[in-house]
Ligand binder design. Structure first.
Ligand SMILES: CC(C)(COP(=O)(O)OP(=O)(O)OC[C@H]1O[C@@H](n2cnc3c(N)ncnc32)[C@H](O)[C@@H]1OP(=O)(O)O)[C@@H](O)C(=O)NCCC(=O)NCCS
Length: 189
């Protein structure tokens, strides 16, 4: 049985230790050493993890959250190779749902790049959209400083934002919906 451990969260140091012990063939590289990541995403996250209770609590996945004053940055998601894309287990989805709860409780918006290597980026973007995430927004989201949003836009990677604050977020949605253009005219002045 797969179990998600959400509380307490794991520091990057602890996650790296337990992940590498259980998954020696897929080493965890500290985020500060991943030069391909945007700078905001290189700070050490706090992690929620997935374990397999039938394998003595083997760590089989993790999802991270990097906290800034008014917003979060996604701290990555990974599922051990042999557990990926398993219709019955759906470890990735379980991790996403567990982290959504934390984001909603903290009531802060979050931004993250998508750079999957094991499945098409477009397919993974669609998974996040199901949880209310919005891709490549062109307008500001309350809580995410504009310079942060601009850096993500400049990165030329696909990225997504999510906000538990429906009001702040509603404006961003209307920007991309031609049917609701009337709603955003005041914002464009
Ligand atoms: C991306 C990742 C976390 C997904 O986790 P997962 O446990 O395999 O995902 P799930 O089994 O919960 O499946 C979620 C959805 O993705 C789809 N999916 C998963 N792997 C897929 C693959 N290789 N090809 C196509 N679709 C795939 C599933 O079919 C499912 O779609 P659905 O919800 O429409 O039915 C996992 O593949 C992974 O760890 N990849 C390596 C690290 C990585 O790329 N992280 C993401 C960085 S942005």
């Amino acid at each position: 049985m797969i179990k998600i451990l959400s509380s307490p969260t794991y520091t990057e140091e602890v996650l790296m230790k337990v992940w590498n012990e259980d998954n020696p063939e897929h080493e965890y590289i500290p985020r500060k050493d991943r030069s391909y990541l945007i700078s905001y995403a290189r700070k050490a996250p706090l992690y929620q993890i997935a374990i397999d209770e039938e394998k003595n609590g083997k760590v089989i996945g993790y999802i991270g959250l990097i906290e800034y004053d008014t917003f979060f940055v996604g701290g990555g998601i990974r599922v051990a190779d042999e557990y990926q894309d398993n219709d019955k287990l759906r470890v990735g989805v379980k991790l996403i749902e567990a982290r959504q709860e934390k984001i909603n409780t903290a009531n802060k918006p979050i931004i993250q790049e998508i750079n999957t290597k094991t499945m098409p980026v477009e397919k993974f973007m669609q998974v996040w959209e199901r949880y209310g995430w919005l891709r490549n927004p062109i307008t500001s989201i309350r809580g995410i400083p504009n310079e942060v949003l601009e850096d993500y836009k400049k990165s030329n990677n696909q990225f997504l934002v999510y906000s538990p604050d429906a009001d702040a977020f509603g404006k961003a949605w209307s920007i991309i919906s031609p049917l609701r253009l009337i709603d955003i005219l005041p914002l464009m002045e």
